[in-house]
Structure formats: C-alpha cells, structure tokens
Design a protein around this ligand. Structure first.
Ligand code: NAD
Ligand SMILES: C[C@@H](CO)CCC[C@@H](C)[C@H]1CC[C@H]2[C@@H]3[C@H](O)C=C4C[C@@H](O)CC[C@]4(C)[C@H]3CC[C@]12C
Length: 366
C-alpha cells in the first residue's frame, strides 16, 4: 500500500504530462520535489523532450496511455503515492464532439479516482478550471472574486460542464477508503486563463498578426477584465499542493483553490499585447472596431458554417458564440486561500513571467 508520509522516496504520476501545463508540472517536479524517486508521465501522445529528462537522478517513466481506458490508468497508478490528474480535452472551438469531451474529462477522471482507490494511492490533485464557476450563460461578471464568492454557475458548453462534473467527482471522492483502509485526500486547482511558454492560442494570435502585417484588431472592450495566470506559477501550485496534501489532509482535503499570481487585471486582448507588443504587433483601436451585434452575428455564422461543413471539413475558428461570451465577460480572481492553506507564493514575478513568455513568442513565429 502506498502512503505519502512514511516513504522517503516518492512515486508521482502526472496524467496529461506532455501537454502545455503538464510539461511545466513535470519539469517543476524534477527541479523542486526533492523526495521524488520516480516520475511517471502518462499521456495519449508522448513528446520527444521526455527522452532528455531520462538521464537525470529521478527515474522518469513515460507511459503512453488513454485515461478513458480504466485498465491502462490502473496500471499506471499502481504503486504511485501521488497522482496529479491534468489530462483533459480543452476544446471550446468545436474540434471534437461533446461525447468525446465528456468521455475524456469525466469518465477519464472517474477512472483515475477508481484507480487510486483500487491501488491504495492516497493523494489526488485535480487540475480543474475557472470555467467550473464561470463565466455563466447569463454573462454575469465575476469581479476579483474568491473561492467563497457567490456566483450562479450555469453552463451550456460541454467543456465547462465536463470540468464541473469531473471536479465534483474528485471532491466527493475525498475521504473514500483506498486499498489498505486509509482515506483518499483530494483537492482541485482552478486556473484562470493560463499563459506562458507553449501557449498555443497566444502563438496563433502572433502568427495571425504577422500575416496581417503586424496588426491585430480590438474586438473586446478594454474594460472587460479577464483572469490570467502564468503557467510556471500554476505548475508550482500543483507541486506545493501535492507535497502538502497528506500532511494537511483535514484542512486541504476536498478543497478548491483558484490559481493566481501577480499578473495584471486586463482585457484578454490587452493582456496578450503585453507579449505581442514587444514582438512587434499593434492592437488597433481603443474601442472595439466592429459593433458588438456584428461580432455576435459573425460568431453565430461561424457556428452555422461549422455545422454545415462538418461532413466535409473541420471548420473551427477562434470566434464562436461561446468564446465571444467568455472574452466579453469579466472574470477575475483575488484570493489568498492557497497562501493560507499551503504557503503558496508565486515563484515567478510578473516581470519574469512576462519576459519568459515574450522570449517564447519571439521564437514561435514559424
Ligand atoms: N490552458 C488553460 O488556459 C487552462 C486553464 C484552466 C484549466 N486548464 C486545465 O488544465 C489541464 C491541461 O490543459 P492544457 O492547456 O495543458 O491542455 P493540453 O491540451 O495542452 O494538455 C492536455 C494533455 O492531456 C492529454 N490527453 C488528452 N486526452 C487524453 C486521454 N484520453 N488520455 C491521456 N491523455 C490525454 C493531451 O495529449 C495533452 O498532452 C486541462 O485539464 C485543462 O482543463 C487549462
Ligand atoms: C473575440 C476574439 C477577438 O480577439 C477573442 C477570442 C478569444 C478566445 C479564443 C479566448 C478568450 C478567453 C479564453 C478562455 C479563457 O482564457 C479561459 C479558459 C479556461 C481553460 O480551462 C480553457 C481555455 C479557456 C476556455 C480559454 C479559451 C480561449 C478563450 C475563450
């Protein structure tokens, strides 16, 4: 039976360890978790950079697997002390069907929980999302709220729905007896929009700007605040939570934590310009260039075209009714719960996060 405290050398499993956030968690664990003996990286698609990590002092085990396959998950979890479940389908553009999103995000999470119970793994950290709270379908602002701020969470889109269901499963599993009789300790981290090295949407905006001769066009009012957090700090929060979870089970078990740092409150587009500006792009307009009703119309047209073209080709542009609503609704957090519960302080200052992201964007033109 695997127990976190009594074993000096720990085995960690990171699902989705080859994704944008997963890679940062994997690298952060190797740099900053001295009790690590083996790190298992489980992903549907294994990345080549994993090979270079295999030469260090910690045993890095790459496992190609699918979270929807219970037996594959159970085999990967067997003997692990801590599971960080980051694998998920992040699709708000209609690239995959709702059924697939639910299968990966909800059934996949169920499989991870059951594997922990069967295999006697006591600590489970789940990467949730701000989207389990909002923005909701009414477009109500969530202005610098915390984990206790009342807000009507109502979702129609499969991505937030699936993340909310999965988070609930994880939190309800807290306290379940795992093999050997000890209780499972779980908690969920809720990042806002993550940015940093490897952020594909940022890279897409950069390339689009380059194609348009260096110009981007404002579509969202500058007054709409959108919460953002640096990927290195999100990874650091995961490492700290995983480290403290068993010792502070009573305080932290079954809890949710927003991910936060010193990134400034800005609109989605103004925030992106913190990086794209120094890379030579300009955002045109102090106010949205197109009237809101026209954007709503274009977003609806995109949704219609996606439906009509689906039998022939995948048409999945960035603008659709859901992404427009998210970008147009204030959603920011202001909290210190992670600091109070497990001593989290951001590892990267805003200046450092910004500089690292700019460097990455500059190198991602091709
Ligand atoms: N990117 C954000 O802004 C953001 C914000 C909040 C929360 N999150 C959450 O963080 C997590 C990671 O997101 P990301 O942005 O790194 O996404 P990502 O797509 O870069 O990473 C997800 C990883 O999960 C893997 N994966 C997908 N389906 C799988 C399956 N069936 N079995 C095994 N592995 C599978 C993918 O191959 C990928 O490597 C997700 O759970 C997401 O919901 C992301
Ligand atoms: C209207 C467009 C004009 O420029 C801008 C569209 C931007 C959208 C594509 C993105 C605006 C907000 C983003 C989401 C947000 O940052 C939080 C998220 C939570 C996370 O769990 C998954 C990603 C995302 C939904 C993120 C996706 C892209 C946006 C909708």
């Amino acid at each position: 039976m695997a127990e976190c405290t009594e074993v000096a050398e720990l085995v960690y499993l990171v699902t989705g360890g080859c994704g944008f956030l997963g890679e940062h968690i994997v690298r952060m664990l190797l740099e900053r978790e001295p009790r690590l003996r083996e790190l298992r990286v489980f992903d549907l698609h294994l990345s080549p950079w994993l090979e270079e990590l295999k030469t260090g002092p910690v045993q890095v085990t790459a496992i190609q697997g699918d979270v929807t396959q219970a037996h594959e998950v159970a085999a990967a979890v067997s003997g692990a002390h801590v599971v960080i479940h980051t694998a998920g389908l992040v699709d708000v553009f209609g690239r995959v069907t709702p059924e697939t999103i639910f299968k990966v995000n909800v059934q996949g999470t169920r499989n991870v929980i059951e594997a922990c119970v069967q295999m006697g793994t006591r600590c489970l950290v789940y990467t949730s999302s701000m989207e389990v709270v909002g923005p909701n379908i009414k477009g109500q602002p969530f202005y610098r709220g915390n984990e206790n701020t009342p807000y009507e969470a109502m979702h129609k889109h499969p991505y937030p729905q699936s993340k909310a269901q999965a988070e609930r499963l994880v939190l309800e599993a807290n306290g379940r007896k795992v093999r050997g009789g000890l209780p499972l300790v779980t908690c969920a981290l809720r990042p806002t929009g993550i940015y940093g090295e490897g952020h594909q949407i940022m890279r897409d905006f950069y390339r689009q700007g380059l194609r348009l001769g260096g110009w981007l066009f404002r579509a969202v009012p500058a007054s709409v605040e959108h919460g953002r957090v640096y990927v290195g700090n999100v990874a650091w929060m995961h490492v700290l939570v995983a480290r403290e979870l068993e010792q502070r089970a009573v305080l932290m078990g079954g809890q949710v934590y927003f991910c936060y740092d010193q990134s400034p409150y800005k609109s989605y587009e103004d925030f992106n310009m913190e990086f794209l500006g120094p890379c030579g792009l300009r955002l045109v307009g102090t106010r949205p260039l197109l009237p809101h009703w026209l954007l709503v119309f274009l977003a609806a047209l995109n949704a219609l075209l996606q439906c009509l073209l689906r039998p022939l080709v995948l048409y999945a542009p960035l603008l659709n009714p859901y992404t427009l609503a998210v970008a147009n609704t204030t959603f920011t957090v202001s909290t210190n719960k992670a600091q109070r519960h497990f001593g989290y302080e951001p590892l990267f200052s805003w200046e450092d996060s910004r500089a690292r992201t700019i460097l990455w964007v500059q190198g991602s033109a091709q």
